[in-house]
Write a protein that binds this ligand. Structure first.
Ligand code: LRH
Ligand code: MN
Length: 388
């Protein structure tokens, strides 16, 4: 049985990276709702992200998205982040909003368009140098809508060549992560639709290229924790984009739609000893708070991942292995369900108090008056967000 102290030690070292874009307005093709106090620039986004770290204690990094977080002086943004107690994490490129990428970006038939897409990553690498970030994240919307629209094999060959050019932009101490998604915005084929395709391209690039697993990017019914096991066995799981969904890429709060799935994923992480920061797996959120308050939504998501992790750490591994070896199906399943059914909130409250934090981060944030202050201060200007 894992000792309580060992569980607390592992939890003390857990960190979750927050997406800057979760603090801006977001929505669907139908509507993007504004909210009083929504940040108007990347500095205010970083300030809001720092509130999540202030109350949870485990969210010390903020991912940037270029050009959504474009500023004149990225060094100044990194200094602001340090002032409010966080740092800049992954830098996300954006290949899904330019007219030139209608028929693809790194896969486009036209070499000039591919060169443009590669050059965008040179800008992202400059942002990494200016902010101290060591990780570049790519997600490609590339694909087609009708059979025959383009040659599937030629696109993969062009993609491999373009990714090599992006990889070559990285400094020695930098790495890149490649995200997959099984459909949308393309509706016939997607050029990086699954973990296998991303893994093949990463292995072709070199050992500083790894796979990003976004929990919302799989066909319904996919056993995501099995993919986690395979990527860990290959030593190529670079990062998670945690969120949850009922239907498609809903980008809802992690653990909200399927907390049991999040637990099963974190159990495979713990089982493979990949929770340690040294494992090289970056645990990130990738979400949009279309209707709920954004900072509370991030606090809830962080504590949902923390709860799933604590339950996973409480699995009696010896009893599980014994039942598995004995072929005792119900006993083995019961060991996991027993941990999942454990209320870990008192343990996490104790962990926070030990580190000088309030036991309930949500209550502490709501009582702080930060939301009221920013709603009063942030008048005028244009709220940041999708399509901003
Ligand atoms: C694509 C994605 C990717 C980000 C974007 C905000 O669906 O998951 O990780 O670039 O969302
Ligand atoms: Mn994602």
């Amino acid at each position: 049985m894992t000792s309580q102290e060992a569980v607390l030690t592992a939890l003390r070292r857990q960190t979750i990276e927050l997406p800057s874009w979760a603090f801006g307005n977001s929505g669907t093709r139908f509507k993007v709702f504004g909210t009083p106090g929504t940040p108007r620039d990347p500095f205010e986004k970083v300030s809001d992200a720092a509130q999540v770290h202030r109350y949870t204690g485990i969210a010390p990094r903020v991912s940037l998205h270029v050009p959504w977080d474009r500023v004149d002086d990225y060094g100044e943004l990194a200094a602001h982040a340090a002032d409010v107690g966080v740092s800049i994490g992954m830098v996300n490129s954006n290949l899904f909003q330019d007219d030139e990428y209608k028929f693809g970006s790194l896969t486009h038939p036209d070499p000039a368009v591919r060169a443009r897409a590669v050059a965008h990553h040179a800008e992202c690498v400059d942002v990494m140098r200016a902010t101290g970030s060591k990780e570049l994240k790519l997600w490609l919307p590339d694909g087609t809508n009708y059979p025959g629209q383009d040659d599937l094999r030629d696109r993969q060959d062009r993609l491999a060549e373009s990714l090599q050019q992006v990889y070559a932009l990285l400094d020695e101490d930098m790495r890149m992560v490649l995200e997959y998604k099984f459909f949308e915005p393309a509706f016939y084929h997607t050029d990086i639709p699954d973990w296998g395709t991303s893994l093949l391209h990463c292995m072709a690039l070199g050992d500083r290229a790894n796979v990003v697993l976004d929990t919302g990017h799989h066909a319904p019914g996919t056993n995501i924790e099995f993919i986690v096991v395979q990527l860990l066995r290959a030593g190529r799981l670079g990062a998670f984009d945690f969120n949850s969904r009922f239907y498609a890429d809903d980008d809802l709060m992690a653990g909200a739609a399927d907390p049991f799935q999040l637990f099963r994923i974190m159990y495979e992480i713990v089982r493979s000893d990949a929770l340690r920061p040294e494992s090289g797996v970056n645990f990130m959120l990738d979400q949009c708070h279309n209707v709920e308050e954004k900072i509370p939504g991030q606090i809830r998501s962080v504590t949902n991942v923390q709860q799933a992790t604590a339950k996973a750490l409480l699995v009696d591994r010896d009893a599980l292995r014994e039942a598995q070896r004995a072929g005792n199906v119900l006993a083995a399943n019961d060991v996991l369900m027993d941990a999942y059914a454990t209320d870990v909130r008192p343990l996490l409250a104790q962990l926070r108090e030990e580190t000088g934090l309030a036991p309930d981060p949500m209550a502490a944030y709501l009582a702080s008056g930060y939301a009221e202050r920013t709603a009063a201060d942030r008048v005028g200007g244009r709220q940041a967000g999708w399509g901003a």
